[in-house]
Design a protein around this ligand. Structure first.
Ligand code: ZN
Length: 200
């Protein structure tokens, strides 16, 4: 782009790398900030820096946290014999909001998707296996989204955990196929967790 200061161009470039934000929206946000007070924009920049410096991944479950281990992993009131496997932190947040699950979590950070080159090494499956091997885990509930990649991931996990004698279940169907667990309503999600079925 010509005729605009380099700093503004850089800002537009950075915004346009965010998910769901094209170049047009990036430009609109940047110009919007021009009309805000410097204090407002500095508060935004500070929130971003604070976030980057203080939010980390939990070394046990890979959720996001300011303290390691995270609140859930460190909470003695949680049921420690059951792990719910989710794709993303947003899924964990959706399940927590139902108030119907009191066990631990494991955040995969994605799903197996061979066509896009995402194999077991790209997500946190190894660390899940280590947790099952070293802990007193009775059940692993897979709460992957109801789509092809979710199915592939659930089957792979069930297979890899089979030698450890742990029960592997999957949250019940009833969630819209192809839909996103994160956007399911609380009662549907809550029922799906309660009515989980063995993953064969
Ligand atoms: Zn944790």
């Amino acid at each position: 782009m010509s005729g605009i200061p380099k700093t503004l161009e850089n800002l537009i470039d950075e915004f346009s790398r965010l998910p769901g934000i094209g170049r047009r929206s990036a430009k609109r946000i940047a110009f919007h900030l021009l009309h805000k007070t410097p204090e407002d924009s500095k508060a935004l920049a500070k929130a971003l820096v604070d976030f980057v410096e203080n939010v980390h991944f939990c070394s046990i479950c890979h959720s996001i946290t300011e303290n390691d281990p995270c609140e859930i992993c460190a909470d003695p009131r949680r049921q420690r014999s059951i792990i719910c496997v989710v794709e993303e932190v947003s899924d964990l947040i959706a399940i927590e909001a139902t108030n119907s699950y009191r066990g631990l979590y494991h955040v995969l950070g994605g799903v197996l998707d061979p066509l896009s080159g995402i194999g077991p090494e790209e997500i946190t499956i190894d660390s899940l296996v280590e947790r099952v091997k070293s802990g007193d885990i009775d059940e692993v509930v897979i709460a992957a989204n109801p789509n092809t990649e979710g199915d592939t991931t659930a089957m792979f996990i069930a297979k890899i955990l089979a030698p450890f004698g742990v029960e592997v279940t999957r949250i019940a169907r009833g969630l819209p196929v192809g839909g996103d667990l994160e956007f399911a309503d609380k009662s549907t999600l809550s029922r799906a967790i309660e009515n989980r079925v063995p993953q064969l």
